[in-house]
Design a protein around this ligand. Structure first.
Ligand code: PLP
Length: 370
């Protein structure tokens, strides 16, 4: 029998209750101004989010998948091209490549950081390679210095999948601000979450920013005059208004996540059979997820669930082994580190409002079970 949840995986009510009146007032303003699709609230949020990321431009779009896709399209990725990325990620990273008509070319991850292994990039580059997408998974930025050096040497643009890394830093620079473009998701459960679906691309490049703005609005340069085939990829005004309010607490929320992660790691360090997250010395992660690795993961997940502790798996099957990508012909064993992580990873409850008592409870239950 499943007992009552004592520690939820994520508690959005805890984030929204204190700002409920502010959110409702902002929605009232959007209604009064009829600013529903794009418009002034989106522009205001774009300015604020660009500044948060230390980037010159932010373009609000409908979701994180569109952010990745439109960034690639704007960079000219198309049929016959190849884009290098990792298989240990959410499906959307690869989908965005496929929706350009291009082919995702996978390389394995680094076993400690769970992000792209820079040592594997050069072997994957071919004359068809058009871009590289490192994924800042779980809130930790990939090892950008060597990735940027290789990309620069081969003249390849980088799109950072920053959908889990709002505000994460690497040598003082923020996610999304390193390369040609950073793609963000504001799916409700992300570190910065909308009250619905939303996303953004950030870039320093004015030409790319303009191209993405045209693409997100049916390829029109002015109303009803279309210079390209685009898409309806706008951010909506209600979401932008909510995001402006929630952005103000993002740095504090990220700091609280780091504090929670530090307590987990202190309590779980040196527990036989448990691998705790590695924090690279050059980075300040934002712990979108706190992911440990254990051998008998599925049993542990079930047992923790029975004890009222809600955990998750991100992600149980690497992208190269998904049925949707069977045509790429990658069998088991193609990317062993990604496959091992998929089999062993367990995401513990993580959100800013998690209490020390809850973290201690999770750690105690977990230690008794492994
Ligand atoms: C959430 C996420 C996406 C997709 O974002 P949506 O807003 O859900 O479309 C892409 N990549 C990663 C790594 C994500 O976590």
């Amino acid at each position: 029998m499943q007992s009552k949840t004592k520690v939820p995986f994520l508690d959005l009510r805890a984030a929204h209750d204190p700002i409920r009146a502010e959110l409702l007032a902002a929605f009232g303003e959007v209604i009064d101004q009829n600013a529903f699709a794009g418009g002034p609230f989106v522009q205001k949020f774009e300015t604020e989010f660009a500044s948060f990321c230390n980037a010159k431009h932010a373009i609000g779009v409908a979701n994180g998948t569109d952010a990745l896709w439109l960034a690639l399209l704007a960079l000219g990725v198309g049929p016959g091209d190849e884009v290098i990325t990792v298989p240990h990620t959410f499906m959307a990273t690869a989908e965005a490549i496929s929706y350009c008509g291009a082919k995702p070319v996978f390389i394995d991850i680094d076993e400690r950081s769970y992000t792209m292994d820079p040592a594997l990039i050069e072997k994957a580059i071919t004359p068809r390679t058009k871009a590289i997408i490192p994924v800042h998974l779980y809130g930790q930025i990939a090892d950008m210095d060597p990735i940027m050096a290789i990309a620069c040497k081969h003249g390849l643009p980088i799109v950072e999948d920053s959908c889990q890394a709002h505000g994460a830093e690497y040598k003082g620079k923020r996610a999304g601000s390193f390369s040609m473009a950073g793609a963000f998701s504001f799916y409700p459960g992300k570190n910065l979450g909308a009250l619905g679906e939303a996303g953004a691309v950030v870039t320093h490049d004015a030409v790319l920013a303009e191209k993405i703005k045209v693409l997100r609005e049916h390829g029109q340069e002015r109303r009803y005059f279309h210079s390209m085939i685009g898409w309806n990829g706008r951010m909506d005004g209600m979401q932008a208004a909510a995001l402006s309010i929630k952005l103000r607490t993002l740095d504090a929320g990220n700091a609280a996540r780091r504090k929670n992660a530090a307590l987990y790691s202190q309590l779980l360090a040196n527990t036989p059979g448990v691998i705790i997250p590695y924090v690279a010395p050059h980075g300040t992660p934002v712990f979108h997820l706190y992911v440990i690795r254990v051998k008998d993961r599925d049993t542990l997940l079930a047992k923790l669930g029975e004890r009222g502790i809600a955990c998750g798996i991100h992600y149980p099957r690497p992208v190269h082994l998904q049925k949707a990508y069977a045509a790429l012909g990658h069998g088991p064993g193609s990317f062993p580190i990604s496959e091992r992580c998929a089999a062993e990873c367990l995401s513990l409850p993580m959100f800013p409002e998690l209490t020390s008592a809850q973290i201690e409870q999770v750690a105690t239950e977990l230690k008794a079970l492994v």
